[in-house]
Write a protein of this length. Sequence first.
Length: 339
Amino acid sequence: MEKVDIVIVGGGIAGLSLGKFLAEKGVPFVIFEEHDEFFKKACGEGITQKIAGYDFLELYGSKKGVEREIWETIIYTKYGKIPLEMPILMIDKKKVEEEFAKKAEKQGEIRKGEKVKKIEDGILIPQNIKAKLIVGADGFFSITRKYINVKPPKEAFAVEGYKENVEKDESKCHVILEDKMVKHGYAWYFPKKKRWNIGIGSFNKKYFKEGFEKFKKENYSVEWRGAYIPMGKPLPSYGKNAILVGDACAHVFSNVGAGNMPSIICSYIASECIEKWVKNDRYELEEYERRWRDVLGRQLKYSYYAGIIFFKLIGSEYMRHRILKRICSIVSKFYRKMC
């Protein structure tokens, strides 16, 4: 049996960013990624640059794969257009994940094409590896979460694809928030370097299927891929000898389905805790839970409640338009002052 100190299950953006942060701190680790290539999960490829005092570009330490810096998003409702000023980075996520991996491999090992099927008594199967600490960065269907007996999150559904030509302003992101397109969700058109990332998602499976059929007719000849998205309050993130990051414990702003930046922030916090634990040979896992909740817990929880209220409790599209217009005005003023 192979024994290691730190194992990361999952080589998506949460696991790879954690690997990069641990490598910078001189902490060795092994990442197990079930696929042979990175960026297998559907994603809109937009990242909110600044959240809770953290800046993506500072955490990432590079601009590789950053294709556009967008300042304004236009939200389309039944009653008009609403501008939202907020810095969004449009990325080539595969290139970003590859860059995280490159930096992670300076200190750690990434074993691609190796799926961890289950964990029993702290042993990864079929790898037959025992770790002092297991980090579950293994997404919505996390087997690490199952190992520590945490219930799965609520689910939402989304698809995305690429389109060459879209008749919209490519200096802005575009969000369609109309019931005639999809209920309890939205569609998007996000400009990349040479094409557009487009997609649609919903909290409700029935509404998602209906909306996707409409969206496909408007955007034919697009190759689609889908994903489950955790839509709920953040889950407990530790137990036994394991912690969770990213989609595995719903590190997602669930009202909009945005998980890239929250996952990276929580991975950074996890790296600081792990460095301390390894140095002291004392793994106080509750410290990680306490620290990320202090930074992001309230925002993540409120985003869930906001989504429930906005999409499920407010039936009037007019009222949603009025509320959203007010919220976007407040958020825009906040980011204008920040930037």
